[in-house]
Design a protein around this ligand. Structure first.
Ligand code: AMP
Length: 531
């Protein structure tokens, strides 16, 4: 049957199979909002009527500056199912980038968490495409604001009809827009389609991948503005799983642990930094989270020490690799029973891998001459991908077909397990040979005195570049010195990879999506004087 895949179909399905399943949201003031999928979809239909009444054009970009909560969930459905494009904006980017992104996308309307109103007020004069500003709150929560005609979300919904006939949409139609900020130039917009979102969700939900079930309670720590919380608002609904949306307090490990316990969360997703916070909090508070069996670490390389630490708390931390251009997931490492038959060292190596490609994603590795690299788990090459949810170009730029260059360097083994070994731009070239920063970081992180570690290439008069180790110690009073760290690393990595020096920071710089920013570190140590 020629049948269009789309967001409205996910909604129809969840309404049928999970009408009474809950969506729970935590707010900054500790209030908990609770309703069911069926109740959510009533409001989604009201929201679609609101968009029509505001005369938001049928193909407009609708911007959101919001945390993970039920209102942001409603936007993820009403906007695309009515034909418009849900443009999630990362409010933690620099104000100039937020302004650039809104102007580039030509957003017609902005839905804003009250917390981000001052940011939008400061940019308002530049945002000439935006006809309406809507605060995501109830009437009595509306703060005084300099924005012209600021509308209130709950007021708009209160008077809107709750029936709506969803249009029949071509599955290739755009449904979401998310900007990715590279290290150079302006952020680039990645459009997703109804088709790519549904196919991605179906592949992600296969049993050997993320494999959600109706009995799961899913809590995305990763924000919806980071590629739709890696698909969760759609993929949890596709299986009818309960959703727990943690709101603005994701960085508060104590609040997250309480939420996991209160709602009996079984599955969660986040960048390694968030898991490190939670692991430390669990150690310090001696609390347990028995319901949480599995969780995804993604967005950046995860050290083995963190996987082991979460394992001790009963959580299998599984590596998921992806990127904004892949909507976002490309591969997944679900713990397999045969890992138990491996010896400890091999098993450690295995769980660290970035996983097998989701069905639908094809991968290849190329060397510097563009020739294929052996899939032996040892040789590394530039990782290229193709598939139905791989982006074919950036918003406002030409589209391309064929293989997409991820900018990552990886190995592939004979079982199809891929492992990211570095970003191409983070590789260190010393005396003409490549050094892999991620592997050194992983080895350093096994040292009990180290809380965070990053290795960057710094200019060197003899070797062109040498690795510099930048660390944050658990206890600065008892920081291991360079000599001790070298002794610790010897035998774990090739001798000529051993970092030439070590610098100590109180905190590593992070990007707006919570990853360690090596770009900032390279800038900070640009004129480094080697000891
Ligand atoms: P973003 O588009 O912000 O999600 O960033 C995508 C990039 O994050 C990828 O190209 C990788 O370099 C990195 N990344 C994502 N997931 C992983 C992972 N599991 N392990 C290592 N790096 C990752």
């Amino acid at each position: 049957m020629n049948f269009n895949l789309g967001i409205a179909a996910i909604m129809r399905y969840a309404d049928q199979v999970a009408a009474d399943t809950e969506i729970v949201s935590l707010f900054a003031d500790e209030r908990v909002h609770r309703y069911t999928y069926r109740q959510a979809f009533v409001r989604v239909r009201q929201l679609a009527n609101v968009l029509d009444e505001l005369n938001v054009p049928g193909d407009a970009r609708v911007g959101t500056l919001a945390w993970n909560d039920h209102r942001h969930f409603e936007l993820h459905y009403a906007v695309p199912a009515s034909g418009r494009v849900c443009h999630t904006i990362n409010p933690k980017l620099f104000a100039e980038q937020v302004s650039y992104i809104i102007r580039h996308a030509q957003d017609d309307v902005l839905f804003i968490d009250p917390q981000f109103l001052p940011l939008v007020e400061s940019l308002q004069a530049e945002l000439t495409s935006v006809r309406h500003f809507v605060a995501l709150c109830a009437h009595d929560e509306l703060p005084p604001s300099g924005l012209p005609n600021l509308l209130c979300y709950e007021d708009l919904l209160a008077t809107a009809a709750d029936s709506y006939t969803w249009p029949e949409l071509d599955e290739q139609r755009a449904c979401g827009l998310c900007y990715t900020s590279g290290t150079t130039g302006n952020p680039k917009g990645v459009l997703t389609s109804h088709r790519s979102t549904v196919l991605h969700g179906m592949a992600q939900n296969m049993a050997d991948q993320v494999g959600l079930r109706a009995i799961d309670v899913v809590m995305p720590l990763v924000p919806m503005f980071h590629v739709n919380a890696w698909g969760m608002p759609y993929n949890a609904a596709m299986v009818g799983a309960k959703l727990v949306l943690p709101g603005p307090r994701v960085g508060d490990a104590g609040a997250m642990v309480k939420l996991i316990r209160d709602e009996a969360v079984t599955f969660s997703l986040g960048v390694p930094t968030l898991w490190a916070n939670i692991s430390q909090y669990l150690n310090a508070s001696d609390q347990q989270i028995p319901s949480l069996k599995r969780a995804v670490t993604g967005g950046a390389a995860c050290p083995l020490s963190l996987i082991q630490a979460m394992g001790q708390h009963g959580v299998a931390l599984e590596n998921g690799w992806g990127m904004t251009e892949m909507n976002p997931m490309g591969s997944y490492n679900r713990y397999q029973p045969w890992y138990d038959t491996m010896d400890e060292e091999d098993r450690d190596r295995q769980v660290l891998k970035s996983g097998r490609a989701l069905f639908g994603v094809e991968m290849r590795l190329l060397d510097e001459a563009g020739e294929p690299v052996a899939h032996d788990g040892i040789a590394s090459g530039a990782l290229q991908v193709r598939g139905p949810w791989v982006s074919s170009g950036y918003y406002g730029q030409d589209t391309r077909d064929g293989w997409f260059d991820t900018g990552d360097v990886a190995t592939l083994d004979s079982h199809g397990y891929m492992q990211i070994t570095d970003r191409i731009k983070d590789l260190i070239k010393s005396g003409g040979e490549w050094i892999c920063s991620v592997e050194i970081e992983n080895a350093v992180m096994a040292h009990p005195g180290i809380a965070q570690a990053a290795v960057i290439g710094v200019e060197h008069p003899r070797w062109s570049e040498r690795p510099l180790l930048v660390i944050v110690c658990r206890d600065p009073e008892h920081a291991p010195d360079h000599r001790e760290l070298i002794a610790f690393l010897e035998g774990k990595i090739p001798k000529w990879w051993l970092p030439d020096a070590c610098e100590y920071l109180r905190e590593l710089p992070h990007t707006a999506t919570g990853k360690v920013s090596k770009k900032s570190l390279r800038e900070q140590f640009a004129n480094y004087a080697w000891p």
